[in-house]
Design a protein around this ligand. Structure first.
Ligand SMILES: NC(=O)c1ccc[n+]([C@@H]2O[C@H](COP(=O)([O-])OP(=O)(O)OC[C@H]3O[C@@H](n4cnc5c(N)ncnc54)[C@H](O)[C@@H]3O)[C@@H](O)[C@H]2O)c1
Ligand SMILES: [Zn+2]
Length: 360
């Protein structure tokens, strides 16, 4: 299965490929022939597993290629690491005609993209995401950045890549928990924008979890298509792009409450989607039977780790403190039917609390 989509923004138009074997077959076409240096930013572990697949492509660039290892992990997604990468790039002869390849999960693609956005005031990046989350979300759309002590992703830049090469084959080595977490985001794409994708996800949880082609590849391609479409229509976080935040309002509160250590992002989003679905039914934007369908589809992907000790009060407090940082209003993306949503603010606290309690 070969799928090719385009992101079209004010900055750039670029292709996003979804194809097994695309790392060998297609990556080279994105690397500018005149690039003085080709910097591959990656994690050592990812490089050990899949670096060999870039070999033939990179061989043609000879010693212009430099592989830079980034330590990985949310705690290292910081300005210091971007500076360290920039120093290494300069030492290795990097200049304005260099190019960066981000080869790893969402942390690597965020850091590599941001380093490329800053180095010499901006050099091109090609994204080659290697986790499901990065393939369907992080690597598409041009958002790059790092964390501050005060919060996640608070320093960054929009830096659209030259292209995104998505090869589902690399996901064969991904841990099951990471696969499941990514699949929750795929399910999200179905709920907000694609009844076909939702049905496919609801009907085939075991095939998806087993990464079975063609189902798995189709689900990736369809969620990538949706991300490309939404980002093209609304590059910088306007109302349309906000629909991608379905499940993320309460999901973020839960991630913060569990100190970003207990849950993977996708797991927190799964919890948030379940709560937002309860909220939608409570606020009458969604029919109860459709609400049940969505909750059952989420749960078909397996248990979200137990949340002992988490209270609705604690999550409410997190939502309120979030409010201070995002302009005074909590926004909820609420489904109205499968494939469509509405964005609501000014939702009464007791409705939110009840929806959280129904999900705990
Ligand atoms: N820029 C955006 O629009 C955007 C969107 C969503 C998420 N993000 C960011 O993405 C990050 C999370 O990304 P993630 O979930 O990919 O985490 P990650 O990058 O930490 O990867 C998860 C784990 O998988 C390992 N891994 C990567 N590829 C592998 C492979 N092919 N086989 C085996 N193991 C592999 C990594 O070493 C890591 O341990 C967060 O920092 C989040 O803020 C950004
Ligand atoms: Zn997300």
């Amino acid at each position: 299965m070969i799928s090719e989509f385009n992101v079209e923004t004010s900055q750039k138009k670029y292709p996003v490929l979804v194809e097994r074997g695309s790392i060998e077959r297609r990556l080279a076409e994105f690397i500018p022939a005149k690039a003085h240096r080709v910097f591959v930013v990656t994690e050592e572990s990812v490089w050990a597993l899949h670096g060999g697949r870039l070999k033939a492509t990179l061989e043609t660039f000879g010693d212009r290629v430099k592989v830079l290892h980034f330590p990985g992990g949310e705690a290292r997604k910081r300005m210091t690491e971007v500076e360290a990468l920039a120093d290494l790039m300069l030492e290795a002869g990097g200049d304005r005609s260099s190019v960066v390849i981000g080869f790893g999960g969402g942390i690597v693609t965020d850091v590599a993209g941001f380093a490329a956005a800053c180095f010499m005031r901006g050099i091109p990046v090609i994204q080659v995401p290697t986790t499901l989350l990065a393939q369907v979300d992080a690597a598409v759309g041009g958002k790059t950045g790092v964390n501050l002590v005060g919060g996640k992703n608070l320093v960054g830049a929009f830096h659209q890549p030259l292209g995104v090469v998505i090869d589902p084959d690399v996901l064969g080595t991904l841990e099951m928990r990471e696969v499941r977490a990514g699949l929750y985001e795929v399910l999200k794409a179905g709920v907000i924008r694609s009844p076909e994708l939702f049905r496919m996800m609801a009907e085939h949880p075991f095939k998806m979890l087993a990464r079975e082609a063609p189902y798995f590849d189709q689900a990736i391609a369809e969620s990538v298509r949706i991300k490309c479409e939404v980002v093209s229509a609304d590059e910088k976080e306007g109302d349309l792009r906000r629909i991608l935040n379905f499940g993320h309002t309460i999901g973020h509160a839960l991630e913060a409450e569990t100190r970003y250590s207990l849950l993977l992002h996708g797991e927190a989003v799964a919890f948030g989607m379940r709560a937002a679905t309860h909220l939608a039914v409570r606020l009458d934007t969604l029919a109860p039977e459709t609400g049940t369908e969505i909750v059952e589809a989420i749960e078909a992907y397996g248990a979200i780790p137990t949340l002992s000790g988490i209270t609705s009060e604690a999550l409410m407090a997190r939502l309120v403190s979030d409010k201070k940082t995002v302009g005074g209003k909590v926004h909820f993306v609420l489904p109205t039917k499968i494939g469509e949503t509405v964005i609501r603010s000014n939702v009464p606290d007791d409705a939110i609390r009840a929806a959280i309690e129904a999900s705990l």
